[in-house]
Design a protein around this ligand. Structure first.
Ligand code: TRP
Length: 327
């Protein structure tokens, strides 16, 4: 860390699908805002090892990983003054995971909400899903991260990370920084096109970077009630409005609100406004995204800079851990 920086902020996004509006508004944009704080060094990575728990197809893994990397860059993450890397390119994290596994009580993992819900919903309930939080702890502890911005759904994982770090430190001294979660309460809850939380696993997402044609299809697919064009509509029960609100200015939002209430304004109109908002509001980012996807060597170059720095930090930490553990 350079001298002017006093703390590390770290967060990861699992590349288990293409990044959607939910990831972008809920995680990527707020993280990029945080990274503008000069007193902190940001470590943002793509957790492509975690993606193994659900994605078994190598080609898909590469595609999703590139799409997520291109999105961070398209939204202007300053990868040169911070660290930007793929988790798998610092394989030291898997060695630390093994050590930490042996400091993780079985019942703690067995009580994880995220695991229980995945075990109930997925057909492939593998051991990687079960130990997912330990790999996450290693992600954080390997780099001495102080602050970890995450969504509410990851809160328990952060508590586990803290417990694992304390348990290790208790035996070996102050080896790991015990990280703080930064859970912003007003973090945007982005609804999916069917009203459930927007998620890759529900296939209810809007891919902001998709072609115009695909994007139109996703937006037109947003579920609405069956009110006719003439009827007044309730903005508080309108997914199109919910999504529009997240992207539009206050005035634009009010205009759609009033239009819905007034009647003579159909869901189709609202959907077109939403589509237009995405296409025009994010035109620059969409173009940059495509530029990176068409020039993968640029992405590689950007990632390699961070990966080299990340490996240096990781090697130093592991050296210390190995020696303490008698390896
Ligand atoms: N589990 C996180 C998610 O899917 C991604 C992640 C992996 C992460 N390792 C991390 C987030 C470390 C913060 C810190 O959202």
């Amino acid at each position: 860390m350079s001298e002017s920086k006093t703390k590390r902020v770290l967060t990861g996004i699992t590349s288990s699908g293409k990044p959607h509006i939910g990831n972008i508004l809920g995680a990527i944009l707020p993280a990029i805002e945080l990274s503008k704080d000069d007193s902190a060094e940001s470590l943002f990575f793509i957790s492509d090892l975690h993606s193994m728990t659900t994605i078994k197809d190598g080609k898909a893994r590469v595609e999703y990983r590139n799409a997520i990397a291109a999105t961070w860059l398209a939204f202007g993450f300053d990868y040169e003054s911070n660290l930007f890397y793929r988790q798998s390119k610092v394989p030291q994290v898997t060695e630390l995971t093994w050590y930490l596994n042996c400091f993780t009580p079985f019942p703690m993992l067995n009580n994880a909400h995220a695991f229980k819900s995945k075990a109930d919903n997925l057909s492939d309930v593998n051991a990687g899903l079960f130990t997912y939080p330990v790999l996450m702890a290693a992600d954080i502890l390997l780099y001495d991260a102080h602050v970890v911005p995450v969504g509410k759904d990851q809160k328990q994982h952060l508590e586990m990370t803290r417990d694992i770090a304390k348990s290790f430190n208790h035996q070996y001294g102050e080896v790991f920084v015990v990280p703080e979660a930064s859970i912003s309460e007003n973090v945007m809850q982005v609804p999916g096109t069917d009203g459930r939380k927007m998620s890759k696993s529900y296939n209810n997402y809007i891919d902001m970077m998709a072609s115009k044609k695909q994007l139109r299809k996703q937006v037109m697919g947003i579920v609405t009630d069956a009110k006719t064009l003439e009827e007044p509509k309730d903005p508080d029960n309108c997914l199109v409005y919910d999504l529009y609100k997240l992207l539009a200015t206050e005035e634009e939002t009010k205009a759609m609100h009033d239009n819905l209430l007034a009647g003579g304004y159909g869901y189709g109109h609202a959907k077109n406004e939403l589509l237009d908002k995405i296409l025009t509001g994010f035109a620059k980012e969409r173009e940059l995204f495509n530029h990176y996807m068409d020039n993968i060597d640029l992405l590689e170059k950007a990632l390699n800079i961070g990966e080299e720095k990340a490996r240096d930090i990781a090697n130093a930490k592991l050296k210390k851990v190995r020696s303490l553990l008698g390896y």
